[in-house]
Design a protein around this ligand. Structure first.
Ligand code: PHE
Length: 454
């Protein structure tokens, strides 16, 4: 078998992982949750949750991938063969990202459509009702969103097919800097709008009375999702990290980029939302209904500028969603490649077909299939709820138990400290190991219970 590909440099590792982490979660979910749950107080809790729980879990996933040198499917069963539980967990680690890629790319398709609409000048200069109507009639139609979803997915699959180094690494090396430049530009634009200060206050006003177990669970759940944990993606990317790389530094670099991007996105979006005098809404509605409305109202005086900002905005979303979707497709692709020796391009085509098909169902659940519901949820909502609220937590829990209790401590130390050669990491190891072994499982259990009981 050919030698396993790996990322070419530390920057490449961080950019690829940040590409997976920075996505729709940062752009539409984070700004909204922050405002709803106590502004700056929530940001503090979120940073703590990331530092104390998500970051150590992230390191555990990278270490697991690098130690086993196999994709998320085989990682645990390779290190501890013969146990059915690790095999089943491996299967779960392939199924979850594949399911997520199916509905994630539907939203990717919507973003693509809005990028085209912005380019065609269909957004700037329309009324609020028109923009809202544009969105609802688009997502509930049959062909338009399906075609866009398939187009988006095909672009991601093509990059995955090109390989770890010449596809994923190259694409993220170009896109991550672009994403940061664009989001900073939009933040400056947004904060400079008249009336923007209400949005800044919405994000920053610390309201500690809002902090309770529920908001804590929100912070943890969001930071897990945002760092792509519990989905096999980071384990798989970890398997492409070279033995010389410093896992602690790469993980911290990724977490800081993800956090920074989420905060910048908050300041790019909320001040503009308030400047336009609209209620910040939850979910995709925020980016597809509120934001275009902002461009339409603010655009009446500077149509050209608004068109450019609107294109930049949707371009950012498309690219951010693409780098995340790529990491999701990579899990299944490397699984097929390793387990069944299917060539990369064939494997990614197969994934395109599977995710494409499932995604069509998700897409149609906003239109012709809107009547189909299971446990009170549409097909799309069911996929999202099952993956982000249940399966992700189960897999993350299994991974931390595996790294904390099943692997030998010396093996974990070996990965985190590169065989003891990294003095700084040797000192940190005790803390990291404690957080992975004791704090993370309890935290995951708390989110799980809170999601169901409260
Ligand atoms: N982290 C991504 C986001 O914030 C979502 C994602 C999860 C991507 C898991 C890949 C794997 O949108």
């Amino acid at each position: 078998m050919a030698a396993r590909e790996h990322f070419g440099s530390r920057v490449a590792v961080i950019f690829a992982m940040a590409g997976s982490a920075i996505g729709l979660g940062n752009i539409w979910r984070f700004p909204y949750i922050v405002g709803e749950h106590g502004g700056a107080a929530f940001i503090i809790i979120y940073v703590l949750a990331t530092l104390l729980v998500s970051l150590p879990v992230f390191m555990a996933e990278v270490a697991l991938g690098r130690r086993s040198r196999t994709s998320a499917y085989g990682a645990m069963s390779h290190l501890r063969p013969g146990n059915r539980l690790w095999k089943a967990a491996g299967m779960l680690a392939v199924i979850i990202p594949t399911l997520i890629a199916s509905y994630y790319s539907v939203i990717g398709g919507w973003s693509l459509e809005f990028l085209f609409k912005s380019g065609a000048g269909q957004i700037v200069g329309t009324s609020a009702d028109q923009v809202s109507g544009l969105f609802s009639s688009f997502i509930s139609s049959t062909w338009g969103p399906v075609v866009m979803h398939l187009l988006f997915l095909a672009a991601c699959a093509a990059i995955v097919a090109s390989g770890v180094k010449s596809g994923i690494e190259k694409f993220s090396k170009v896109s991550i800097p672009i994403l940061f430049v664009l989001i900073v530009g939009m933040m400056i634009y947004s904060v400079s709008l008249p009336g923007a200060s209400a949005g800044v206050r919405y994000l920053l006003k610390p309201d500690f009375s809002q902090i309770n177990v529920r908001s804590l669970a929100y912070a943890l759940g969001q930071s897990f999702y945002s760092l792509s944990l519990g989905m096999g993606a980071i384990v798989t990317y970890g398997s492409y990290v070279s033995k010389k790389e410093n896992i602690v530094v790469s993980s911290v670099g990724t977490a800081v980029s993800d956090l920074l991007f989420a905060i910048l996105a908050g300041f790019a979006i909320m001040p503009a939302v308030f400047a336009a005098g609209i209620e910040p809404g939850a979910g995709p509605g925020l980016i597809f209904q509120s934001i275009p409305f902002i461009f339409s109202t603010l655009g009446s005086s500077f149509p050209a500028l608004s068109t450019i900002v609107s294109i930049a905005f949707f371009f950012t979303i498309v690219i951010a969603a693409m780098t995340s979707c790529i990491s999701l497709l990579e899990v299944g692709t490397s699984f097929l490649n390793e387990k069944f020796h299917v060539k990369r391009w064939k494997a990614s085509m197969l994934l395109f077909i599977v995710c494409g098909g499932l995604g069509v169902l998700c897409s149609l659940s906003f239109g012709p299939l809107s009547g189909v519901s299971l446990i009170g949820k549409s097909i799309f909502d069911l996929f999202d709820w099952m993956c982000s609220n249940i399966l992700l937590l189960i897999l993350a829990f299994i991974v931390v138990i595996f790294v904390g209790f099943v692997l030998d401590k010396s093996d974990v130390r070996d990965e985190i400290t590169n065989g003891g050669t990294m003095a700084g990491n040797r000192k940190l190891f005790k803390i990291i190991y404690f957080l992975v072994k004791w704090v993370a499982p309890v935290a995951i259990a708390v989110i799980f219970i809170t999601n169901f009981l409260l």
